[in-house]
Design a protein around this ligand. Structure first.
Ligand SMILES: [Zn+2]
Ligand SMILES: [Zn+2]
Length: 345
């Protein structure tokens, strides 16, 4: 079946309207009419082939919220008209231990990403949410409370779960001294969740520009780490630093802000490896770790938590035809904090 989308045909040209094929709705599939799709930085990385391995044409988008318009004969979880979300992946091996535990994001076999993936045996590559329709296996869809503000739900499917998951894993709660490095799409969600979980939140930023925004989001402290002396009283201070920055930066410095047994969690992927001094972790038994999105089980938990606690991403809604301008603005750091495409605009 054919549907309208926006696609990039090479690494340097703007995205253009394009008609794509979607598979027919199989027994375990649901077809959704896409209502909103968030615009993630990894969309740009892959459109520009910065991680290599991009197949063109590419239709990005992995922060999808839509309405069920068709269900397969064996579908049990969803009904016509239900609102649901699709995140970064749409299938996995289903047999490894992480998959069995609902942590498909750590699948040891093959993960089928929501776009730019070609599962074995499939005739079509996967295309993402910059389109009107999508077909997905019901096991990889998430339930969304229809009473939520759906444009602001879309970014929860990537930016939300990517920050929620490590905060849960490292048991952030009352009394935790949490720092968030970088205040963008990921960082602003880390601050919101940290505040909601009762932690003391500090935003670490490279300039003074985001001072007021950080405090408005609920951070207690704001540190411009490029200002001489400003971070001095935060040496050996934090329990956890959520590092959402994907530009190269000095890990040894941020490790030095951790107290005993503290952890820096990497979420961003810089284009080149960065230096790191063993002493940074040997001293004070600190840890350097990382985290990657979240599985279906935890993503559902996160969506339910957001519905119950009124937590949303802060977004600027655009039409699909504005996507190229949105990319330019994102590259200039000019968005608070996520663009979301309204497919009916
Ligand atoms: Zn993403
Ligand atoms: Zn697996």
């Amino acid at each position: 079946m054919q549907t309208q989308a926006y696609a990039a045909f090479d690494a340097t040209s703007p995205l253009v309207p394009h008609t794509i094929d979607r598979r027919e709705t199989g027994a375990n599939d649901i077809q959704i009419e896409i209502l909103f799709c968030g615009v993630c930085h990894s969309d740009i990385h892959q459109v520009k082939n910065e991680w290599n391995g991009t197949t063109y044409p590419i239709v990005p988008g992995h922060e999808v919220v839509g309405k069920v318009t068709q269900i397969g004969t064996a579908v049990t979880r969803y009904q016509l008209g239900d609102i649901l979300g699709v995140g970064c992946f749409v299938d996995s091996c289903r047999t490894c231990n992480p998959c069995k535990e609902g942590e498909e994001n750590f699948c040891e076999g093959a993960v089928t990403w929501t776009y730019n993936s070609k599962p074995a045996g499939a005739s079509l590559p996967t295309y993402g949410g910059y389109s009107k329709l999508m077909v997905v296996d019901e096991q990889y869809a998430l339930r969304v409370d229809p009473n939520m503000d759906l444009s602001r739900v879309a970014p929860l499917l990537c930016a939300g779960i990517t920050t929620y998951s490590p905060l849960k894993h490292w048991k952030v709660g009352k009394g935790t001294k949490l720092a968030v490095l970088g205040l963008g799409g990921l960082g602003h969600m880390a601050v919101k969740f940290g505040v909601a979980f009762g932690a003391e939140v500090t935003v670490l930023s490279s300039s003074d520009k985001k001072h007021d925004d950080a405090l408005e989001l609920g951070a207690k402290y704001f540190v411009n780490y490029n200002k001489v002396g400003e971070s001095d009283c935060f040496k050996n201070y934090f329990d956890l630093i959520i590092d959402s920055v994907s530009a190269p930066h000095d890990l040894n410095f941020f490790l030095s802000l951790l107290g005993k047994d503290g952890t820096v969690v990497l979420l961003g992927i810089p284009p080149t490896n960065v230096d790191f001094n063993h002493r940074s972790v040997i001293s004070k038994r600190r840890s350097l770790s990382g985290s990657s999105i979240g599985g279906t089980k935890e993503t559902q938990e996160m969506l339910d938590y957001c519905a119950a606690n009124n937590i949303y991403s802060d977004v600027e809604v655009i039409s699909l035809s504005e996507i190229n301008t949105a990319y330019e603005r994102m590259l200039n750091n000019d968005v608070k904090y996520r663009f979301v495409i309204d497919l009916n605009r």
